[in-house]
Design a protein around this ligand. Structure first.
Ligand code: AHM
Ligand code: MG
Length: 344
């Protein structure tokens, strides 16, 4: 075979290898913003490092015997899993020394940690759920880390908590890392949604999709339907309507995995108010807001009842809200039933 054929084959191989890493993507994004200091990229690279470290822990959970309860409860009264604590510590360590972070707030901590004041360079606040859906690890179901980044620019705020109590529309970036059959990093900086997958051989996230647009409609709903008797009437009527209109149900019970499927395949994810959680179970600051930002950036919608999630003015770090998010037409169907029944 002539040499040129071999050469061409080699080039083809290189062409199909994906070499745009998360790091190079972030630097390129930042270069487009005039006056960017590089510290924002440094924060995202800290999250990427934490994600890779947590992925290792999740993968080895049973081997390392870190399955199961830690024997304590978090601020929500929920049983903490050993890996919740480990993931939380990893993120605190990976982000704790990033010079531009002023405040870190975690699902696992009662109050935010102030690292440095704005005058000392702490320009950003990061809220995160270190390991969402962690009780699913025992059965090897996908779990994830969720994060939300806000500016630390509120004036005359007296408490640490006050610094991060900003509506979701003020997020400068948000994303999640899904520890599933592959490790997936989904990110928005307000300029669309991009997706990266951990290439184990390179030890880095490589880009696999850019500017994701989610399907406008798809007959899939994702909800814990076992609670239907306790849902407000609007949700019950929506589900009856969906049953009569050829919908399928998909529910993993791990928000990151359910949202990831909804992002890629379409449909609607719901966590309505229930008898146990009158305002819904999910947390606004580090679950609903970042996921809502991603949904909107991908062309979908995100509501709490009939209100846009990103417009909610928060009053507590750990406050809960109901969630209806996904494909815009599917969210609209739910909203119509809630509106008709006054379920705001
Ligand atoms: P967690 O943050 O304590 O892990 O709980 C959040 C999880 C979500 O991942 C998921 O959507 C929801 O809880 C499932 O709740 P339920 O078991 O009530 O359906
Ligand atoms: Mg959670």
């Amino acid at each position: 075979m002539p040499d040129y054929t071999v050469t061409t084959t080699r080039y083809n191989t290189l062409d199909t290898d994906n070499l745009t890493t998360l790091q190079s993507y972030i630097l390129a994004e930042e270069a487009e913003h005039e006056g960017a200091s590089g510290e924002f990229s440094w924060i995202l690279s800290g999250i990427s490092l934490a994600g890779r470290a947590i992925a290792n822990k999740v993968r080895r959970a049973r081997i390392n015997d870190v399955i199961g309860d830690f024997g304590d409860h978090n601020v929500h009264g929920e049983t903490q899993q050993k890996l919740d604590i480990i993931a939380n510590e990893i993120i605190m360590r990976c982000l704790g020394d990033r010079a531009d972070i002023g405040v870190l707030a975690s699902e696992e901590g009662e109050t935010p940690t102030i690292l440095r004041s704005r005058s000392d360079g702490g320009q950003y606040c990061v809220c995160f759920d270190p390991l969402d859906g962690s009780s699913n690890i025992d059965v090897s179901v996908g779990v994830g880390t969720i994060f939300s980044i806000l500016r630390n620019d509120l004036e005359e705020v007296e408490t640490a908590e006050g610094l991060i109590l900003q509506p979701g529309r003020r997020q400068v970036a948000a994303g999640y890392i899904l520890y599933g059959s592959s490790v997936v990093f989904v990110l928005t900086t307000g300029n669309g949604v991009d997706m990266f997958v951990l290439d184990q051989s390179l030890g880095t996230f490589v880009q696999v999709a850019s500017k994701i647009t989610m399907p406008h409609e798809k007959k899939i709903y994702s909800v814990n339907e076992a609670y239907i008797d306790n849902f407000p009437v609007g949700y019950q009527q929506y589900l009856n309507w969906a049953h009569a209109n050829g919908y399928s149900a998909r529910y993993i019970g791990s928000m990151v995995a359910d949202i990831h499927r909804t992002l890629l395949k379409g449909g609607v994810f719901l966590y309505p108010p229930t008898g146990k959680h009158a305002k819904g179970k999910l947390r606004l600051m580090y679950e609903a807001n970042p996921m809502g930002f991603i949904m909107e950036q991908a062309g979908g919608s995100a509501l709490a009842g009939t209100q846009r999630i990103l417009d909610i003015e928060p009053d507590a770090l750990h406050q809960r809200c109901s969630v209806v998010m996904g494909s815009s037409r599917e969210v609209e169907h739910v909203r119509r039933f809630l509106e008709e029944n006054g379920d705001h």
